[in-house]
Design a protein around this ligand. Structure first.
Ligand SMILES: [Zn+2]
Length: 133
């Protein structure tokens, strides 16, 4: 990646973005139905409850789906890069990138671990790499 597009945190997402500065990937847990969700929202997507609290993800998951982007949508992106939907061990899926791996190494259901890319504004972007035991 070259120049990243920087986030614009709002009332709902500011705590999430602040936690990235400390290398913490936060998820929301609903106090009413225990549903765990990502990305951050004002209400629970399961029961519409508004009693959500933050929990830190362990940062482990598996590749649920992925694709390789060869043509960048803007000069802010350097192709090729891998976009993936990762299923976190806590349940939610998240759209992210897989870094440090060749396309030929990737497959669905492979285990991945959280990694971070620094942004110029101090926030960090959660990305994933293949888990090598
Ligand atoms: Zn709920």
């Amino acid at each position: 990646m070259s120049e990243h597009v920087l986030p614009i945190p709002d009332d709902v997402t500011t705590p999430w973005w602040e936690a990235t500065k400390e290398g913490k990937l936060l998820l929301q847990t609903c106090l009413e139905c225990q549903h765990v969700q990502h990305y951050p929202r004002a209400v629970c997507t399961q029961c519409a409850g508004s009693q959500l609290h933050w929990v830190e993800s362990a940062g482990h998951g598996v590749i649920d789906s992925f694709t390789v982007v060869y043509r960048a949508p803007s000069p802010a992106f350097t192709a090729p890069y891998v976009i993936a939907r990762v299923r976190l061990s806590e349940g939610p899926t998240m759209l992210t990138r897989i870094v440090g791996a060749d396309e030929s190494e990737l497959a669905c259901d492979l285990p991945v671990s959280l990694s971070w890319e620094s942004l110029s504004d101090g926030h960090q972007l959660p990305v994933f790499q293949l888990t090598h035991e």
